[in-house]
Design a protein around this ligand. Structure first.
Ligand SMILES: C[S@@+](CC[C@H](N)C(=O)[O-])C[C@H]1O[C@@H](n2cnc3c(N)ncnc32)[C@H](O)[C@@H]1O
Length: 276
């Protein structure tokens, strides 16, 4: 597939709204987003973040992982977190300190930063939300130093999460996609996009297993992680019915203790900006 084919397919995906977030959802994400935080630490380890480095966290959310990176770069380093959602930045700002700043901003427009500013840039659980991935990658490439590293963890299109299969089981293939809108790519699409932008990359898929006490926790996690997009097409009555349908379908994923066990499959990409 060419880059233009990839962008055409990706932009044909349904619209992700950036207007449905709230302080309440951001605070819920800060509690339930420990799942993204845990795999984010693996991504950061693979990026070999060192003391004194200058790092950009794109789509930092409430800055749980940004703070971890600030500890790694230490007082001589610097981390900047950007996120398009003001409520996420409001919560993230509570973690700001001398070597950690956050600001509202989008992956597709890094004009706040000069060329070759950062040693490391990462998107942790963000890339599948971006409608224009080639533009975002070009911006990351521009603001990375030569030899700098880019890290991506993102849902693998070729290996659907159990939660995707649960939604399909509950609502059918067509309606499931209305409830959880992600612009996923496959590993080979991502490798191609990275190569065309001027990166050399290594990619692998890792599987994570999440446990949920019940469907209410699944719904809360998905709504907070999607900044209000999941289930947003439904009115209150439809939501109550959807909850019942989901609860029945979730029986397949319950362990003997009644806990719902769901696997997620994520592409981990570590890319390096090629010296021209
Ligand atoms: C699941 S959260 C991940 C947050 C954080 N990276 C973490 O690991 O906890 C997805 C984040 O992507 C951000 N996002 C969505 N569209 C974006 C865009 N166009 N540019 C940058 N970030 C975006 C959302 O605002 C949200 O905070």
């Amino acid at each position: 597939m060419t880059t233009s084919t990839a962008s055409r397919e990706i932009s044909a995906a349904p619209h992700v709204s950036l207007t449905l977030d709230s302080l309440d959802l951001a605070e819920t994400y800060d509690l339930l987003g420990t799942r993204q935080y845990e795999h984010g630490k693996i991504l950061v380890r693979e990026l070999r973040v060192r003391r004194g480095q200058h790092v950009l966290d794109v789509g930092c959310g409430t800055a749980l992982l940004t703070k971890h990176v600030a500890d790694l770069v230490g007082p001589t380093g610097r981390v900047v977190g950007i996120d398009p959602l003001p409520p996420r930045i409001e919560v993230a700002r509570r973690r700001a300190r001398d070597n950690l700043t956050v600001q509202v901003g989008r992956a597709e427009d890094l004009s706040a930063f000069a060329d070759e500013t950062f040693d490391v840039i990462f998107y942790n659980s963000v890339f599948h939300w971006l409608p224009d991935k080639p533009l975002a990658l070009r911006e990351a490439h521009r603001v990375l130093k030569k030899g700098g590293r880019l890290g991506i963890s993102t849902a693998a299109k070729e290996q659907p999460h159990d939660s995707d299969n649960l939604l399909k089981l509950a609502f059918g293939e067509r309606d499931a996609s209305k409830h959880h809108i992600l612009h996923k790519v496959t590993s080979s699409e991502l490798a191609l996009l990275l190569g065309r932008t001027g990166f050399s990359s290594r990619l692998i898929i890792r599987t994570f297993t999440d446990q949920f006490s019940g469907v209410d926790e699944i719904i809360a996690f998905n709504v907070a992680s999607s900044f209000g997009n999941a289930f947003s097409a439904l009115n209150a009555e439809q939501k109550a019915r959807a909850r019942e349908t989901l609860d029945a379908a979730a029986a397949k994923y319950r362990n003997p203790d009644g806990v719902i066990v769901l696997r997620r499959h994520l592409i981990f990409a570590v890319a390096e900006k090629r010296p021209q």
